[in-house]
Design a protein around this ligand. Sequence first.
Ligand SMILES: Nc1ncnc2c1ncn2[C@@H]1O[C@H](COP(=O)(O)OP(=O)(O)O)[C@@H](O)[C@H]1O
Ligand SMILES: [Mg+2]
Length: 349
Amino acid sequence: MLVSVRDTDWDGVRLHVVTGKGGTGKTTVAGALALALASRGKRVLLIEVEGRQGIAQLFDVPPLPYEERRVAVAPADDDRPGGDVFALPVDPQSAMIDYLAMFYNMRQAGKALTRLGVLDFATTIAPGLGDVLVTGKAAEAVRRKEAGRPVYGAVVMDAPPTGRIGRFLNVASEISGLAKVGPIRGHADTVQSVIRSPQTAVHFVTLLEEMPVQETLDGIAELREVGDGGIQPGGIMVNMMRPFGLSDVEQSGSATGKMTDDKAGAAQARDADALAIALKAAGLDDQGLAADLAAELADEARTARAQREQREQLDAAGQPCYELPLIPDGIDLAGLYRLAAALREQGAA
Ligand SMILES: Nc1ncnc2c1ncn2[C@@H]1O[C@H](COP(=O)(O)OP(=O)(O)O)[C@@H](O)[C@H]1O
Ligand SMILES: [Mg+2]
């Protein structure tokens, strides 16, 4: 494994768990983070746990089997060649077969159990069992070595949404009612020793909107509280940031931070007057147009102010924040590389 020369905010982290409210860009950001880490010369495994083939779509490759496959090569960084990004979709059944094969040399038995529906049944009655198998696969990839060296420099997990992340990662306690001793218990303990170590960080993807920001804050608090020192919260990735082109409007709207609606209304009237004069000078003598434009500017200012308030709340959580731009035409590979570059420039990888 090549060791990077530049510091990042998460140098000691080998398992990057990416969560967030659904639809905020979890899968996209997990993919970008994997690329960003790989461009530092690491071999990276990107794990998807919710079985929607989101990673295959993101990297524009055919649906992925339960098999570690290379999906991308990161661009070279200065004089260092880019590393490979491998991907693996993990579901509880496949992870169970893998587990039986790895620890008991019982792959055929596992397959038979699957055919009989036993594994389906087991993971349905004991959801914690499914979680321990899935997180167990990630922990195994983190710990895996060949010739004394880690096979993967980093593992990135496109994890369940914020509302489920605490339970999903807190597998040891989830499993405790189920298996007090024995191999599953031992497996769960090994998994926990990875997840609760400084080798693991949980990153949150959010938008600058009330709901996802609140979920992010709740999620961070939950991780800190899971007991035995908690699980390390990582960075906050603020996704789909739109640049405000009208920065002076934003300032006029809220130079003092918070503004009453009265004051905002007065400012809007002033803006309309100023605009009318400017439009007239430009030969566009139209009060209606000026009023419309002023209303639009006031709207932008309000949004900017609301976003700034959300951002202040995020800052108060005390975790590093990274901003990812909205890619105007949607995410394609080029857009994904742009997000990866943004993560790197800001020190996330
Ligand atoms: N920075 C971005 N700019 C533009 N579109 C984005 C960005 N991030 C995500 N998207 C789009 O938003 C949608 C949801 O993203 P996805 O990563 O699938 O979210 P999640 O995994 O949280 O459900 C997708 O269509 C994705 O292409
Ligand atoms: Mg997703």
